[in-house]
Design a protein around this ligand. Sequence first.
Ligand code: ADP
Ligand code: MG
Length: 702
Amino acid sequence: MTTSGSTPPPVPDPRALAPARKVLREVFGYPEFRPGQPEVIAAVLKGRDTLAVMPTGGGKSVCYQIPALLFESGVTVVVSPLLALMKDQVDALRQAGVAAAAINSTVSAEDQAALRQDVVAGKLQLLYVAPERFGDGAFMAALRSTKVALLAIDEAHCISQWGHDFRPSYRDLGGVRPKLGNPPIVALTATADPRVRDDILVRLNLRDPVVHVAGFDRPNLRFDVVRVRNQKEKAEAMAEKLKTLKKDDSAIIYCGTRKKVEDLTDFLQRQRIKAARYHAGMEDADRRRIQDAFARDSVRVIVATNAFGMGIDKPDVRMVLHHDLPDSLESYYQEAGRAGRDGDPAECVLYYATRDRGLREFFIDLEHPEPATVVDVYRALVSRQGERTHIRDLMTEEDESGINAAIAALVESGLAGRQGQMAWAVRPDGEDDIDLAGLEEHRAHAYAKLDAMQRYAESMTCLRARILAYFGDENGAAACGNCGPCVAPVAASAGSGDDEDTERLFNALRAVRRRFADDANVPPYVIFADTVLREMARKRPRTRIEMLAVAGVGQVKYERYGEAFLAVTKAAAPVVAPAPVSPPRPGGGRVAYRDRKSAAIPETVQRTWELHRSGLGIEEIAAQRGFSRSTIANHIADLVTRGEITDVSPWIDAATLALVRRAANGQAIGALGVIKEALGESVTYEQLHIARAYLSRPAAAP
Ligand code: ADP
Ligand code: MG
């Protein structure tokens, strides 16, 4: 937060919260608060202005609903931009016996009048309205003759032009409080953007606000990014993923454009995956039908643009897959966060090809024209001396998007007019009034958000940690142990019931497969399906004949690829006779481990060990013993391999370890050079020695 004057939340007094907890249990039926709720509710109950930043599905509503029920008198007015959501909330509250209502354009004139009487009579505890309602004289008169205990502004980011969802109707909310008798305000949003947060504080004129960011971690969600090379591979990978969806489970697939929704739905249907499409280009009735069908579970898989989801509260979505790179991590988390609202495990997977960024850049150009283009267009209009000109005639190339955006910017700053496809200059001398800096700033802002999104897509480190850092939620660990980079490579294997060694071998086989697939530019399963690799991992064939006995390995495929896979399975096959004490085998299996552990620890290693235990670091031990650092690191690695040292945190932190694990991609780590090259400065050779030993231990936790 950059805004001065905001304070961290007071530590809630448990006694003060007892009534709130009682309402949570008795009215809402929840045993415990979610993260952030106690702090926010405590602040609101104290009459403090509050900004609550919590994720979608994080439970923001009870932050104003519970206070509304606890206030001795007065109504809590809730501003929400979404009619559908309002209705759901009011229905649910009424079910729970709460005096709640909504006044909006869908309510008949008579009902509105009746509700206004309820307001005046003080019969309502919660009243939901759209922001436009504050311009309605009769409504305002009703509110003036009653007490407003609290003004709750939901989806408060809509007030900011920097937000992804700016709504002009929100702009005037800043002036509403005085007209309602100056109640305290609680603003709620899921937006991370510090600029948007600042805007909320400033535009709503919050007084010494409590700002609380919490609850962004959704431990039941597993995040991953699947990298693909092209759109075809992407569609195939997504189809494969959807085939793992259990029969009665639901999934949402987000696409960046309507066209992609259409194409992907068609593709999935051809793959016999029952999927329905949803986007803003469809008839309202069709959209409603699909949304209802999804809510009622008669449609399980929805392929949609981001038009889908606002106002959807389906708790048991098990997968949210993204076909295209979202414009920001907020958008991504908002959409991905629709998975697993019931708290059960769910997956959020982004499918990503490097070129996907292009689509987003295209959209940014559409929305935020380059300053130079705006100037060019203005000059072109001026040169026609105010005459109406067809937009087509202004275009130098096929750059229609830029022109439209430029004209929109000119219209907004009062320098140009537009009607249909015709545009004209309003005055000839306005070039200096073009807000070049503002235009540039908006563009830069959009690009910065896209950059953060791309860094997520390409992240080699914990995805969850990245998200939490982005949102400013300080409750996360460096590595969660439950996302793609933390658990590399992501097992389509979850729940296979295989032991660790088999799992590791399976992953090694997948790595071999990926090399073939990359070389041939085909999706991996074309080489061998997961099921085939899994059987290989279980049977560990040692010979050609044994390999051919694995279901799915035919003559032709064996000729093409068999040897490479055989080399891996043979190495891992059970050792028949006890091997003689073997030389160190980095990344070796259980046998090597036992051999080494049973062998006596060389004296020189023991000496290093002693010095380590006396508290010296690698540098100091090396200096004292006159060895190089890497020799000492090797001693440590040896001790790790032997299981004598089990905690490697003095040398390598969890995040870096996760990085190495990710880079190793499930294979036993052999030469370190490859990994070092992949990771660059983020890890030292000494750390790699130790990490290799650690990750190769037979008991290495995934
Ligand atoms: P948000 O507005 O932050 O997106 P909601 O207020 O709609 O989230 O809450 C999401 C879901 O979580 C709702 O079904 C709500 O009833 C539920 N919920 C809220 N608080 C709790 C809680 N303390 N324990 C369990 N469920 C909760
Ligand atoms: Mg909400």
